[in-house]
Ligand binder design. Structure first.
Ligand code: URP
Ligand code: ZN
Ligand code: ZN
Length: 464
């Protein structure tokens, strides 16, 4: 037997098992897994002694090269996927935006154009729908057939992205009939707008008012409404960037009733809080202006608990970076003009390993499930992605569970001038990151090529 690459002496961890094994890679896929594989005839041998060998991370929520609020997210598909690779993420699902009056196909084509020659890791798209007359509704099945099998809808940002309940309900019915999934930004945009206008009228313009004008009740109400609409439509629903216990309770109740309801949270809601934001001097709070906003600190442990007990199924990043110096400053005199979003694509794998496994909150198998296997299953990538098995893509992270690293803008690879997680020390870092058998990162050195990432056509939703 001749193999392209062997990973030897490591501890393989999947969503279900942990065991000592060698892994052989041929033609970009995993060709064999055994206690001991023959070393002769293989030039590329990676020694994983003392290391974990885990599936490459799947980040199902990123915004690369995205126009937003008079600006554009600072990472494009090259810089963003390079940073993702450094952090152990080998597949991402970005959002292709359909603007009002456009076809859904235009959104897909535009985002393919942004990604095609630049992406370093594999990618796919959800389609954001902002306008849904009959013609666009009728496009949904073709998009699903072409591998864009999920759609993001907004219950927030009135006049920009927000859809009314009837359109949401129509989209859910259509998606479920054809095997699509609806991802929901669940916040009551109408009520929030009233609170925001009142704050501005009272002269409350500082960044912290972004958070203080978006109550957890607005997120919980929209989460419950999204679930009710999905139940009536007979469709699954996936709540994106869930930030607080009030919304989590709605998801947990629905799942207890057996409904196909899923939710993700993001590292910022697990590590950062409203109290942290309020302590930031001057305009610094703009660094953590994203939507939904940071919540009171006590919510963090509820979210970790939800991850452990499967009330939450996925951790994504909602990576949407804007530079502090020349982009966040757009909102210097008015928090509503601060571009919404924060940088996170690089640190999800280590932050969740560190806070989850190293801190003793859950085991390594649950970690793999949260950052790779379940996102792959929910979004039609499994078993090609999201696990270590014969025949799967050789998207693999050789991970040092003991290596410590202090996160900082001075050492990160994202094209943004600050870090949300500045000064946080994680325990556990990727040593080698492979995408379809190619080494992208080894010992902090990059060896990838722009354009080597492939568009992944996703299959339809299967109950997870
Ligand atoms: O503030 C955020 N989350 N920006 C990105 C857009 C979104 O709603 O996900
Ligand atoms: Zn959103
Ligand atoms: Zn987002």
């Amino acid at each position: 037997m001749a193999f392209d690459t062997l990973i030897v002496n490591g501890t393989v961890a999947t969503a279900s098992d942990t065991y000592e094994a060698d892994i052989a890679i041929t033609g970009g896929r995993i060709g064999a897994i055994a206690a001991k594989l023959p070393r002769q005839n293989c030039k590329n041998i990676i020694d994983a002694t003392g290391k974990l060998v885990m599936p490459g991370g799947i980040d199902v929520h990123t915004h690369l090269d995205m126009p937003f609020g008079g600006s554009r997210s600072a990472d494009d598909f090259e810089t963003g996927t390079r940073a993702a690779a450094f952090g152990g993420t080998t597949t991402l699902i970005d959002f292709a935006i359909q603007y009002k009056g456009q076809t859904l196909r235009t959104a897909f084509d535009d985002w393919m154009e942004k990604a095609r020659d630049r992406a370093i890791v594999d990618y796919s798209f959800h389609c954001i729908i902002t306008d849904l007359p009959d013609a666009q509704l009728d496009e949904m099945p073709a998009l699903i057939r072409d591998g864009v099998s999920s759609f993001k809808l907004f219950m927030a940002y009135p006049g920009v992205f927000m859809l009314d309940d009837a359109s949401i309900f129509r989209a859910m019915r259509k998606a479920s009939k054809h095997g699509g999934m609806i991802c929901m930004h669940a916040e009551n945009g109408g009520a929030i707008d009233v609170i925001v206008q009142q704050a501005l009228a009272e002269g409350k313009t500082a960044p912290k008012y972004h958070a203080l004008t978006r109550p957890t009740t607005a997120e919980a109400e929209a989460t419950a409404r999204a679930i009710a609409l999905a139940e009536m439509a007979g469709s699954p629903v996936y709540i994106v960037h869930l930030s607080c216990n009030d919304a989590l309770e709605k998801v947990r109740e629905a799942r207890d009733r057996g409904l196909p309801v899923y939710a993700e949270t993001c590292p910022q809601y697990l590590y950062l809080s409203l109290e942290d934001m309020e302590a930031m001097p001057d305009f610094e709070g703009a660094k953590v202006v994203f939507t939904p906003p940071l919540r009171e600190k006590w919510n963090q442990e509820r979210l970790w608990h939800g991850l452990k007990h499967d009330h939450l199924q996925v951790v994504s990043t909602d990576h949407c970076p804007f530079c502090f110096k020349d982009q966040k400053q757009l909102g210097k005199d008015d928090f509503t003009k601060i571009p919404n979003g924060g940088p996170g694509i690089e640190h999800r794998y280590s932050l969740i390993y560190s806070g989850g496994v190293a801190a003793g909150r859950f085991n390594v198998n649950r970690f793999v499930e949260l950052v790779a296997t379940t996102p792959a299953k929910i979004f039609g990538l499994y078993p090609r992605k999201g696990t270590i098995a014969v025949g799967s893509d050789a998207d693999i992270v050789v991970f040092d569970p003991n290596r410590e690293h202090t996160i900082s803008a001075t050492n990160h690879h994202m094209r943004v001038d600050y870090s949300m997680f500045e000064g946080i020390t994680v325990k556990g870092m990727p040593d080698v990151v492979l995408s379809r058998g190619r080494v992208l990162v080894k010992d902090d050195k990059f060896d990838g090529k722009p354009g080597s990432g492939e568009f992944i056509k996703r299959s339809t939703y299967n109950a997870v």
